[in-house]
Every structure is written in C-alpha cells, then in structure tokens.
Design a protein around this ligand. Structure first.
Ligand code: ZN
Ligand code: ZN
Length: 331
C-alpha cells in the first residue's frame, strides 16, 4: 500500500510502498478514506515529541471503512462499517488510571500516528475498542477533523465546567469547533488572536463571539475560564491575568514553549492552571452525540495523500485557512 512515512524527525515524509497491515487480535483493518492533519502531527514530524515509533506513518484523525476483522474484535463493527480512529489507540485497562476512569493518562497507552502507525496511508489497523461510530450527518472529509480537534477541544471545554465567560487563546481548528458548541450552550466567548490579526478577529466576531482582540489585550470583562490552544507558553500568565477569582486556565496542546514566571498574586484566589492530555472513549461518545445536534461544522482543505508534506508546510507557516485533510481519492 502507499504510505507517507516519517523515517527521521526533522525530515520530510517519504512516499513509500509498504506492506499492507494485517489485523491482529481485537483489531480492525480499516481502508482509509480521509485523515485530517493535526498540529500534533507537526510536533511529531518536527521532533518535538520524544521517542516516536520509527519509521512511522503519522496521522490520528482517520475515517475509513472496515475491510477485515481480527479475532475476538469488539463486535460493535461489521465489515463495511464506517469507523473513526482517534489519537488514543490502546490502553492496558489495568493501571491505576485506567481503573479510575482516566484512561487518557494510562501508564502504557499507545497513540495512533505516534507510537503506532496512523492514517497517512491507504490502510491502517486499529483496536476496535478505541474506534468510534461517526454521525451519519458528516461526510468522510467533514468528519475527519472532529476526531482530534473536536475531541481534545471538547475535553478542554468540559474542564471549564459551567464557566459563563470563556476565553479562547488561539483561534485554530479546535477553537473553531469548540466555539460552536460553547455558543450553542449560551456561553459568552472572548477570542484572543495574534496581536494585530484583524482578519482572524473579524472572523471570530462573525461567528458570534462577544469580543475578539489581540492576546496582548485584556478582555472587557474578567473571564471564568480560558482555554489556551496556541502552543505559546507566554499566553498562560496572560490568560491567568484575565481570569476572575476561582477561574481556570486549560492548556489544550500536547507541546508548548516554556511558561515565563509570573507573580503569585496572579494565581492567588483559587485560580487554577491545568492541561488536557489525550482523550477518553467517553469524551468521544459525548462529543459525537452533541456535534450533529449543534451542528458543529468543519472547514476543510483537501490534499491528496502524496501532498502530505505540502499540507504540513502550509500548516507550519500558518498558510492554511481550514483543516487540512488528506484523501485517498475515493471519498
Ligand atoms: Zn492503563
Ligand atoms: Zn491531534
């Protein structure tokens, strides 16, 4: 099968003809229709995340159809069914985290497109227990960005609890999706973009947010919560300064530049800083139930598989205006 392969971090992916995988015990062989590109893919390719599997097929927002079913696979899927394969690819089910409903923190977790081969290819194998049924309302390309930007964004959003005034730093893929749910649920949104990025601020205002400005500005009201989607550590103390008492800053990225020091007074009065790591299957089930009701709409830009490096370069340089989705030419 054709696959875009990372042989060494820091180098472009190479188009390779590799062995089509076989589904092992509990696994599905998925014929891939689409795989969305996530910022985490960039971190993996650029060598910012430690110890990826090498050589590696990246990609963890996979939409495809079941072509073959391994022994003893979860019977919820039949041959021909459409499935979504997310970042969380496998957990041991036994560690203290798994046994306390925190499988996202599993000590031995494996991740699609990082420690197991992912979706920049014609086929992938995936543990059936971690695959999702996708809402029929979405086409294959449209559904792909929901699998990470949607799921991780949703986990960040849930961590903000009942926050009425919600700030979002970095208005990228995840923010676009989560803003739709937050507005649907009646939250007041405050969006922070790169200073001077008038176009992004205007697009946020058009989406119905209460206020949009630069990340160097303070919002007109104190915030009950803020989500930092941008991978810029300096935004954490900035977001903290915008919070009301008892507010929370949720860091949504897997990688961030260092966070500069800040006065204790900015954290005082029970303000909280937390991060979101990975996802649980429950996050996915909740999100895929809510998304078609809002309905959450995705914006995508299609690239053929062979152009994965172009998609990654454009993502890195900020030249994408929608989520890049790699397709296999048969959606
Ligand atoms: Zn575990
Ligand atoms: Zn991702």
């Amino acid at each position: 099968m054709r696959a875009m392969v990372l042989e060494k971090p820091g180098q472009p992916l190479r188009l390779r003809d590799v062995q089509k995988p076989k589904p092992g015990r509990g696994e599905l062989l998925v014929r891939i229709a689409a795989c969305a590109v996530c910022r985490t893919d960039l971190h993996v390719v650029d060598g910012e995340l430690p110890e990826p599997k090498l050589p590696l097929i990246p990609g963890h927002q996979i939409v495809g159809r079941v072509e073959q079913i391994g022994e003893q696979a979860d019977p919820k899927f039949q041959i021909g069914d459409r499935v979504g394969v997310p970042w969380l690819g496998w957990t041991d089910g036994e560690c203290a985290y798994c046994r306390s409903h925190r499988e996202n923190l599993c000590d031995n977790a494996r991740f699609t497109g990082y420690t197991i081969d992912g979706g920049y290819a014609e086929y992938a194998v995936a543990d059936a227990r971690f695959c999702f049924q996708l809402p029929d309302a979405y086409g294959d390309v449209e559904a792909a960005p929901l699998l990470c930007a949607g799921l991780i964004g949703y986990r960040c959003y849930r961590k903000t609890g009942e926050a009425r005034r919600l700030g979002i730093y970095g208005f990228g893929n995840a923010a676009h999706l989560i803003a739709q749910i937050a507005l649907h649920e009646g939250r007041e949104l405050f969006v922070f973009t790169r200073p001077g990025d008038k176009a992004a601020q205007e697009s946020a205002r058009k989406a119905g947010v209460r206020w949009a400005g630069g990340s160097d500005q303070l919002p007109p009201d104190k915030l009950d919560a803020a989500i930092v989607f941008a991978s810029v550590g300096a935004l954490v103390p900035a977001a903290l300064r915008a919070l009301a008492k008892g507010g929370i800053v949720v860091c949504g990225g897997i990688h961030m530049s260092d966070i500069p020091s800040f006065p204790y007074a900015d954290l005082w009065e029970e303000r909280v800083i937390t991060s979101v790591a990975n996802l649980t299957r429950r996050d996915g089930e909740e999100f895929f139930a809510i998304a078609p009701r809002v309905p959450v709409k995705t914006q995508t830009e299609i690239f053929p598989l062979e152009n994965a490096n172009i998609a990654l370069d454009r993502f890195r340089s900020g030249a994408l205006s929608a989520t890049a989705v790699l397709t296999l030419g048969r959606t």
